[in-house]
Design a protein around this ligand. Structure first.
Ligand code: ZN
Length: 176
């Protein structure tokens, strides 16, 4: 199933998501993860947070393999344990901000602790584009979006453009 993407400025993008309850046996977590991968692929993204699908849970998926990265994985209740001092500036886009891109500075490397579907704790080391993508998606789970890092003038520009693009998309989908 492909989820509808939540677009800026929907206030849902500002919520701080709750932990996934891994003891809740009625939660179809494997299915949700599969849907998120499907949604990400259909929309041409390399990362997707549950928040962007209207789900209040600390869950994100990443697939950077298609663009030269090394990670195709779901992260449940992820936490950054360590970061490198080195940073990296990358042009980022976001499925919730259609058609806009901006340079954002992130840690070059992060050590992540995350849960598996069976509730075990695993540690993952991410670098370069994998780390960038992860930090972008983790921000979503905290109600932070990439343009929060931009200077006010640039942010205003991006905001106007994204509002226009979202309206255009809505008009197009109404015609169908
Ligand atoms: Zn995003």
């Amino acid at each position: 199933m492909i989820y509808d993407i939540i677009y800026w400025p929907d206030p849902f993008l500002r919520i701080k998501a709750n932990d996934v309850d891994l003891d809740n046996e009625t939660l179809p977590l494997a299915e949700i993860i599969a849907n998120m991968f499907e949604t990400m692929k259909a929309r041409g993204g390399m990362g997707l947070a549950a928040t962007q699908c209207g789900l209040n849970m600390r869950l994100l998926v990443i697939d950077t393999v298609q663009i030269g990265g090394k990670t195709k994985q779901a992260f449940i209740n992820p936490v950054i344990k360590e970061t490198t001092e080195k940073t990296i500036l990358t042009e980022e886009g976001c499925l919730s901000f259609p058609g806009v891109f901006a340079d954002v500075k992130r840690y070059h490397g992060v050590v992540v602790e995350s849960k598996t579907l069976t509730g075990e704790t695993e540690e993952v080391i991410l670098n370069g584009i994998d780390a960038v993508c992860f930090q972008h998606e983790l921000d979503h789970l905290n109600g932070v979006v990439f343009f929060d890092y931009l200077k006010p003038a640039k942010r205003q520009m991006v905001e106007q453009k994204v509002r226009k693009n979202v309206k255009k998309m809505e008009r197009r989908s109404k015609k169908r």
